[in-house]
Design a protein around this ligand. Structure first.
Ligand code: GLN
Length: 281
């Protein structure tokens, strides 16, 4: 019989055999998506039976996970900071490491009531939406080269009632000249082209390469963003960047060629250098 209990055991076993470490919880989540019920419901109604179409739907989801597709893409959601974001394979899955950027923005602007922020390469919109969600009078502008990403970010902004405070533009950093900002934030693509293939296979095979690849040395977008920020920032405006764990000195070198004062470099929860803060002089 296709009881929830049997289905959970079967699903978990299949994923385990495919070396998915989170086989148990993933199976529970996929079943909760199938039945449109909470995980708590799934765990407390294990005698309930699934009909044919429910079983089929579940096996389809399970198959995707079996082939290493990230759970966030199958569920179409990922929690970041304090909110849930819609995601699909057109945007990078928000990483806990990037919450460092949110945390630093909030602490640097603790006593500022009103600022305008530009987010370069917004993707799902998780950074700008999380920040604006915490500060009623902040305003945002978000750009991304991908039209599909912009649509997802717009959708997320709408879901969190922030559409009226964020403007979205499909644009590269090169072609963007609008406005002057108090703060620019960015988590650009920063993986060296030659290192892409060493990423986890659920990243490499499923996440958008366009959002990961930072050219031959991984620094291509830092060069562009830092140069451009010195034009788009107001005087004493700040630039806050997410960087790769081994990029601190190289990115600082680029920053030092422009007219910036480096405030600090911060580590993420995993104790890797992750976030650089500098001020336009
Ligand atoms: N931190 C991401 C990873 O390791 C990369 C994010 C990026 O390139 N901006 O997969």
């Amino acid at each position: 019989m296709n009881t929830i209990n049997n289905i959970l055991q079967l699903g978990s076993k299949i994923l385990k055999n495919h070396s998915i470490k989170t086989h148990q919880i993933d199976t529970e989540l996929l079943l909760s998506k199938t039945l449109k019920e909470s995980r708590e419901y799934i765990l407390t109604n294990d005698n309930k039976t699934l009909n044919f179409s429910e079983t089929k739907k579940f096996l389809k989801f399970l198959n995707r996970r079996k082939n290493n597709e990230p759970i966030a893409y199958i569920m179409n959601e990922k929690y970041f900071w304090k909110k849930k974001f819609f995601v699909d394979n057109n945007v990078l899955i928000p990483r806990p490491d990037s919450e460092t950027v949110v945390e630093k923005v909030l602490s640097y602007y603790k006593h500022k009531k009103k600022i305008s922020i530009l987010d370069i390469g917004t993707g799902s919109g998780c950074l700008i939406i999380s920040i604006l969600g915490e500060r009623k009078y902040f305003k945002g502008t978000a750009i991304d080269i991908s039209k599909k990403a912009i649509n997802i970010a717009k959708y997320n902004a709408k879901m969190h009632q922030l559409s009226n405070r964020i403007k979205f533009y499909k644009s590269s950093v090169d072609n963007f000249f609008k406005g002057k900002y108090d703060l620019i934030i960015s988590n650009p693509p920063y993986i060296c082209s030659s290192k892409l293939k060493y990423l986890d296979k659920d990243i490499y095979n499923f996440e958008p390469i366009q959002a990961l690849e930072g050219g031959k040395n991984g620094l291509k977008f830092f060069e562009k963003i830092i140069k451009k920020s010195s034009k788009l920032l107001k005087k004493s405006g700040r630039l806050i960047l997410e960087i790769g764990f081994d990029q601190k000195s190289k990115v600082l070198e680029i920053i030092n060629k422009e007219n910036f004062f480096v405030n600090n470099v911060y580590k993420d929860y995993g104790k890797n250098d992750r976030c650089i803060i500098c001020t336009k002089l």
